[in-house]
Design a protein around this ligand. Sequence first.
Ligand code: GSH
Length: 207
Amino acid sequence: MTYKLHCFAQSGNAYKAALYLELAGADWQPVFVNFFEGQHRSADYLEKNDMGQVPLLEHEGRSISQSAVILDYVSEREGKFRWANEDERLEVFRWLFWDNYSFTSIVAPLRFIGHFMPEDKRDPAVLGFLQSRLKGALKTLDQRLSGRDFVATPGLSIADLSICGYLYYGEELPFDLGAYPNIVAWLDRIKAMPGWKAPYDLMPKSA
Ligand SMILES: N[C@@H](CCC(=O)N[C@@H](CS)C(=O)NCC(=O)O)C(=O)O
């Protein structure tokens, strides 16, 4: 049965799931959420996802939110980009949680404020705080990738797909990755995989 992913192209969280589905060669289709018009707050949407967030996956009667849970669900069914043993499983989840709490939680608002918000509404103190938190997180990730091809397992895993979600938005990112060569090489490695597509080529764009 086709996976239906409620998404919009600007959402890096949705991109994590969309990229998984594309790289795994899964049968899926995007369902557009008009985020900037507030569709994620509509009664219809909240009935499917009480958290009022994107992405949302519908499959075989289930409505699943939280990108990490979606990644676990689809990878279990597709049998790709998971782990080979208990130690690897623990590493995958350790990095999924790190991404959600310590990385995407910084990168996403930084991009939102720095790219989508009008300049006169940007609070320099908030931006400064996020930029300093980001530096530490990028250092952690770059060090982790030193001498390794992927974050948690020898091959690509859902942990990589979660962490990389916001890093393919190019000039929308208000920071430079030049000082983090291991991250740049890792992003190139993922980008070279058959089936890789950029966010705006995978999902419909919210105007
Ligand atoms: N931890 C969630 C974060 C989802 C999230 O924050 N999505 C954004 C769009 S990229 C959203 O829906 N924000 C609206 C809100 O939180 O009210 C996940 O990984 O799915």
